[in-house]
Design a protein around this ligand. Sequence first.
Ligand SMILES: Cc1cc2nc3c(=O)[nH]c(=O)nc-3n(C[C@H](O)[C@H](O)[C@H](O)COP(=O)(O)OP(=O)(O)OC[C@H]3O[C@@H](n4cnc5c(N)ncnc54)[C@H](O)[C@@H]3O)c2cc1C
Length: 404
Amino acid sequence: MINLEIPKKFKPLASQANQVASEVFRPISRKYDEAEHSYPKELDMLASLIDGMNEGSDIGGAGAAGVRRSSNDDGDESNRNGSNLSTVLGIIELCWGDVGLLLSMPRQGLGNSAIASVASEEQLERYGGKWAAMAITEPEAGSDSASIRTTAELDGDEYVLNGEKIFVTSGDRAELIVVWATLDRSKGRAAIKSFIVERDNPGLKLDRLEHKLGIRASDTANFTLQDCRVPKEALLGSPEIDVKQGFGGAMQTFDNTRPLVAAMAVGVARASLERARELLAEAGVEIDYTAPALSQPAAVARFLEMEADYEAARLLTLHAAWMADNSKPNSLQASMAKAKAGRTCVDVALGCVELCGAAGYGEDELLEKWARDAKILDIFEGTQQIQLLIVARQLLGKSSTELR
Ligand SMILES: Cc1cc2nc3c(=O)[nH]c(=O)nc-3n(C[C@H](O)[C@H](O)[C@H](O)COP(=O)(O)OP(=O)(O)OC[C@H]3O[C@@H](n4cnc5c(N)ncnc54)[C@H](O)[C@@H]3O)c2cc1C
């Protein structure tokens, strides 16, 4: 097995995140799985602690806001292990603890990553430090995010937003929602922009919260935007509709956020493998790395197969984040990582339930919860099928109209 060492400067961060996962997340994991929609108040202090860690750190942190791309404009061509990699490493550890709780952490939303990725310095100043959710999905636009119908119309110094957004993670608890809307539907993808909407904006109406299979600690909200007015400065990125650039601007965020969701999947997969290994050992099944898999019990062969998949997912994820740190175009690698990690996480979590039999299925063990939590990681931030489509387009040099 390849064992890629964690860079020395990130070791304290990874070990602190692991400590949080085992001492804070794991003990309340079941409680908030059962108490769906109640806010895990234990996270408040932790979130402030993470803010403090990030402020005092020059390497980024375990937080979603750490994924701002550094430029290599200073001519420094050396390899960097920067904030994207450190964020990925922190997320892996925290999701080894509990992915639903990580998604419920104040100020660690995917909206925070979007803001960190594309906001101007003024916007960072204005919105930094606030908890931001991300609202792309609509009843008629899921995988095909280019077909969103929410509109944004300029009226004096304000944009007026109208539309419907569904499945917004942390939508009820966050202070800001990054809303995707079109400036002009006739201009297609290029006209889609993201806008920062304050959660208490009177034009933003919460319709309902979803009940879910997994990640029950995390709230998932549906909204209506009705004549929702935001200042002109709330538009992230450029207001110009650049038909040549197409969807590039809006999609750029995903190059930073997909490795983060892949990291969540890697964390859940590792948690499942580690617990299954312990339960197998208790049952007298030990894994011998020096003997061929097929000369060992069938359970060992299956375990090793899953571990190899896990390792491939982990390496792809680290690679995609490292590329972002080094300002290398990583759309292909970000999608590969998300596709592989999402699928692996579901296969591994269910495979571990299978290997452990009744122990894996019962509520005495977190394995059954992880098997439920895993599926969302293969769905949101682009489903596995959509990631494979993006990979195929990139490898074959086809456009989204040519291959869909
Ligand atoms: C718990 C939860 C939290 C979420 N959080 C957020 C959030 O914070 N913000 C947000 O904006 N959205 C969020 N989502 C929405 C999520 O991103 C979408 O569910 C996802 O993009 C898929 O869209 P859809 O559900 O409309 O499925 P569809 O797009 O209708 O897809 C249905 C199935 O068809 C497949 N499919 C679709 N098109 C193709 C194709 N061209 N080729 C092959 N297969 C295809 C898909 O892979 C999928 O398996 C969340 C969803 C859930 C369940």
